[in-house]
Write a protein that binds this ligand. Structure first.
Ligand SMILES: Cc1cc2nc3c(=O)[nH]c(=O)nc-3n(C[C@H](O)[C@H](O)[C@H](O)COP(=O)(O)OP(=O)(O)OC[C@H]3O[C@@H](n4cnc5c(N)ncnc54)[C@H](O)[C@@H]3O)c2cc1C
Length: 475
């Protein structure tokens, strides 16, 4: 019997999981996919928003501002890349300048620190590659960038270190409650838990409706992107937004924590919650829109397009509450943007809700806050040499684009919860994220995964079950 079962291993479920493992509790995350961070948390803009745009009084405002403040320390503890690069909301007209003033006033009222409106001269000094069309901007120094899947994976790994369980390929299909909850998964396993947290992202409405009265609907809204080679990574140093519209924050241009440039997303309402396709017209429109920000991007240096699906709630705000009728069932749902930025604060709030709902919370005295991950290229020369001496796998460079060693890949495999796919390794330590997109290192990584799990290379998949790379011998 678990004290708490969390449904969904995205950044929200993972944050709640890690927070709960600080206490003497039996906690599990049930995830339908074969890895964690396979939903919206793997495909988004990766911005830790400053928090100036959600309306006062919303949960989005409350959790974004607080979550942003918590990120830096958490990423240090968990060895995850994070940078407080600041963001700029750029005005292209006098009308836009009014919007920027309003955002500044709204943000200041809800507690965002350091906001100020700047004029064209200062803006172009900060970002000389912007177009001459700009009038001024809102400057938000607390805006940041993070590795979203690295962060989610790190939270899960640390939770496991602290005694929690990650149960993969466990799609929840039924939830009942007598004295406790009985959860059934698609493979027939029955799991008992005293409390249930619904962090199922796009499917949070479906999970809610398994046991509660229907009260909200989640609509998928797609956002497409370009990821550019590192040659384009320094075109801007802040995250640059246009003025927001009803559909969202608009097409941003931002450096990533790894030195690439990301451009997007658009906003297209969808019906299919699994459709992660990109379309040429959408990408053309993104390219067009980015020209109002900067004309310096060389789109021939695009190395990847992808799309993510926002879980847009019918309520217009995050839903973080215990259900009125089904006591002990807590929704952490409707996590559209800024859900990533808000995740640390949402996790604390959910623990408070569970506390009020009667969950006994006794802090562990042996909680291990730190998680180590070696980022070889970031080490000083003497530490690199010492590491190679201790473990020669760190002396073998597997991914030349991103400079990733065999030691880092083996480390990721050893820390993992299930059998990793090629993309699972890529999300953990980046082989295949560079210019050649795995063209050179992919087969080597495949060999390493097969060797470490003692299986045949033909058994290793790219991502989901069935996505085999090798089918048989040609010679
Ligand atoms: C285009 C785009 C851009 C964004 N940009 C930003 C940004 O820059 N900054 C920001 O703060 N936020 C951003 N967001 C929002 C942010 O990505 C989300 O708020 C966040 O990732 C949501 O996390 P989650 O854990 O709720 O959902 P997910 O990451 O989707 O996790 C839900 C998990 O539940 C699992 N699941 C579903 N059904 C079941 C079931 N029946 N049984 C078991 N498991 C199940 C899924 O497989 C999934 O792993 C963006 C989103 C999009 C789409």
């Amino acid at each position: 019997m678990y004290d708490v079962a969390i449904i969904g291993a995205g950044v929200i479920g993972a944050s709640i999981f890690r927070e709960l493992t600080k206490y003497n509790l039996k906690v599990a995350v049930l995830e339908k996919e074969k890895d964690v961070s396979m939903g919206t948390s793997k495909a988004n803009s990766a911005i830790v928003h400053a928090g100036y745009d959600p309306k006062e009084g919303t949960l989005m405002a409350k959790f974004n501002v607080k979550g942003n403040e918590m990120y830096e320390d958490l990423c240090k503890e968990l060895s995850v890349p994070f940078k407080r690069n600041g963001s700029l909301v750029v005005a292209h007209s006098d009308e836009d300048m009014k919007t920027v003033e309003e955002l500044c006033a709204n943000g200041t009222k809800i507690g965002v620190k350091g906001l100020r409106v700047i004029g064209k001269k200062e803006l172009l000094e900060m970002e000389p590659n912007l177009t001459d069309e700009v009038h001024g901007a809102l400057y938000a120094p607390t805006g940041g960038i993070v590795g979203p899947f690295e962060y989610t994976i790190a939270l899960c790994e640390n939770g496991v270190t602290n005694g929690g369980e990650i149960k993969l390929k466990k799609e929840v299909v039924s939830i009942k409650k007598d004295d406790v909850f009985t959860i059934e998964t698609a493979d027939g396993e029955i799991i008992k838990a005293k409390y249930v947290v619904n962090a199922a992202g796009l499917y949070a409405d479906k999970i809610h409706n398994l046991i509660c009265k229907e009260s909200f609907k989640i609509t998928p809204r797609s956002g497409e992107y370009f990821v550019m080679d590192k040659s384009q990574g320094a075109i801007v140093s802040h995250t640059i937004f246009p003025c927001p519209s009803k559909l969202g924050k608009g097409i941003l241009v931002s450096p990533t924590v790894h030195g690439n440039l990301i451009i997007g997303p658009d906003a297209i309402d969808m019906e299919d919650k699994e459709d992660l396709g990109t379309i040429g017209e959408g990408l053309d429109a993104i390219r067009e829109a980015s020209m109002h920000t900067t004309t310096k991007i060389n789109f021939r240096e695009s190395i990847r397009n992808f799309a993510g699906l926002r879980a847009t709630p019918s309520t217009g705000d995050f839903i973080v509450e215990e259900n009125d009728e089904v006591k002990g069932f807590v929704d952490a749902a409707g996590m559209k943007s800024p859900g990533l930025s808000s995740a640390p604060a949402v996790a604390e709030a959910v623990v408070e809700i569970l506390d009020k709902a009667g969950l006994e919370l006794n802090k562990k005295d042996n909680f291990i806050a730190k998680r180590e991950q070696i980022h070889f290229m970031e080490l000083p020369a003497e530490e690199k040499a010492a590491l190679i001496k201790k473990n020669p796998q760190y002396g073998r460079m597997v991914c030349r684009c991103e400079s990733i060693t065999e030691g880092e890949i083996v480390g990721a495999i050893k820390r993992s919860f299930g059998t990793l796919s090629l993309d699972g390794v890529k999300r953990r330590c980046r082989p295949g994220m560079g210019r050649c997109q795995g063209g050179f290192c992919g087969p080597r990584v495949q060999e390493i995964i097969a060797r470490e799990y003692n299986v045949k290379p033909e058994d290793i998949v790219q991502e989901k079950d069935g996505s085999y790379i090798l089918f048989g011998k040609t010679k």
